[in-house]
Design a binder for this molecule. Structure first.
Ligand code: HEM
Length: 108
């Protein structure tokens, strides 16, 4: 597994910046005030945000990564690209950072 410098706090910062640190509606800022383990186990509207295969967490296949790139189907539901509403899409470089952090098994 590739070693990376990125930590959970960095992911929380990227997602906070994506919504201008606001208390967004609908599902809320689900990455705030949770542990790394709680974050990894998060499901939103029946959609697990992290994809795991044979016990390995997979970045590019994770709904969290895919939904930042475009609309997805997940857990039986159809979802628009995130962040929805007034916020612009994340820069691909930041999405890639999140994806690589997941591939590195979400280091704390
Ligand atoms: C798999 C993960 C996610 C799912 C399934 C999901 C699902 C949804 C759904 C169904 C809505 C309502 C859409 C609408 O009103 O048209 C929504 C709204 C929103 N989501 Fe997500 N979302 C996810 C991840 C994220 C992430 C990572 C962010 C931030 C980077 C985000 C930011 C937002 C924002 C800002 C809104 C609008 C909230 C408001 O009305 O105040 N979502 N999301």
């Amino acid at each position: 597994m590739r070693m990376i410098e990125t930590r959970f706090a960095d992911i929380q910062r990227i997602l906070d910046e994506a919504v201008n640190n606001e208390d967004i509606g609908v599902h809320g800022p689900f990455w705030r005030g949770v542990t790394r383990d709680q974050f990894v186990a998060t499901e939103i509207f029946g959609c697990p945000i992290i994809h795991s295969e044979n016990g390995l967490l997979n970045g590019p296949q994770s709904p969290l990564v895919k939904i930042l790139r475009g609309p997805i189907e997940c857990g039986g539901g159809d979802f628009p690209q995130m962040p929805a509403g007034i916020f612009p899409p994340l820069a691909e470089e930041k999405i890639q950072t999140i994806s690589e952090w997941i591939d590195a098994q979400c280091p704390e």
